[in-house]
Write a protein that binds this ligand. Structure first.
Ligand SMILES: [Zn+2]
Length: 283
């Protein structure tokens, strides 16, 4: 089964974040290759790490992804490795306000010299998927809250806060996560025993495989959003045949996301064929 492992989200109050930006945070995954401060989309070199390596990856990332949200929110860039697979990378909110974000990538999973099409397909997928989290969970989309449990009158509660009415996530939840499926998923997500949770989640995927673009999309509504967004960028679907294809074309209603899609597609090394059909059969 194919898996993309996103980081669990970090919730750090980052007062004077710029002072901390080059430091390692607690619970970082893998071995650090380098950490850089990002200011208005530019990488600030430092004396501690290999700036050439950092710039190489940062330039690649900025060549593929639209700049607007990155310039506005991203303050930190980290390269690391935990070997091939496991954690591939992540875009994560660093503050409760969701105004400061970090981008992290595992260089073993993003060797820019590797020309194997499957390998390129995988890291392009990761990059687009992670950008989907920045699109959907940034400060303009989420209302921070102290609530630990969802108050239904306030909408859908993510780790970053409530999906603001009219936000991408709010519309996505209203379109695709009715009370029944959300309740069923919630019960599984609450299972403490990890093996049991994973098994139940797999069964959930098999039960609803017409509704989810990948098994990882069942991980949470937020991951579902990021996965559907990824297939929106990578696939051409005009007449949806099932709910998962409805999820892919959901993004066409937002002109700015259609623009992002166009920009990203023009910069990708390759656009896979029949990606959605092939994806779950691939591994
Ligand atoms: Zn993710």
């Amino acid at each position: 089964m194919k898996k993309i492992y996103c980081f669990t989200l970090l919730f750090l109050l980052s007062i004077n974040f710029s002072l901390q930006a080059q430091k390692e945070l607690d619970d970082e995954v893998g071995e650090t290759i380098g950490i850089w401060t990002i200011n208005n989309g530019g990488l600030i070199t430092n004396n501690k790490y290999n700036n050439k390596e950092g710039k190489k990856y940062w330039d690649y990332l900025m060549s593929v992804l639209p700049h607007e949200l990155i310039n506005k929110y991203v303050v930190r860039f980290r390269l690391y490795t935990d070997g091939i697979q496991d954690d591939l990378g992540g875009f994560n909110s660093l503050s409760e306000s969701n105004k400061e974000w970090t981008i992290e990538f595992d260089i073993a999973d993003m060797d820019l010299k590797n020309e194997n099409p499957d390998y390129i397909e995988d890291y392009q997928h990761t990059l687009i998927h992670e950008f989907g989290h920045l699109i959907s969970l940034n400060a303009s989309q989420m209302q921070p809250t102290e609530d630990e449990y969802q108050d239904d009158s306030k909408g859908y509660l993510t780790s970053e806060g409530y999906a603001i009415k009219g936000s991408y996530m709010d519309k996505y939840i209203k379109a695709f996560w009715g009370d029944d499926i959300l309740f069923e998923w919630d019960k599984i997500a609450a299972i403490k025993n990890e093996n049991k949770r994973v098994r139940k989640l797999q069964n959930f995927y098999y039960e609803y495989d017409n509704e989810f673009v990948s098994d990882y999309a069942c991980e949470s509504p937020e991951e579902d959003f990021a996965e559907s967004w990824t297939f929106f960028v990578l696939c051409d679907i005009s007449e949806p045949k099932n709910i998962k294809e409805d999820k892919v074309i959901f993004f066409h209603q937002f002109p700015e996301l259609v623009e992002y899609r166009k920009k990203i597609r023009s910069k990708l090394k390759m656009i896979p064929n029949n990606y959605l059909e092939r994806y779950m059969a691939k591994e």
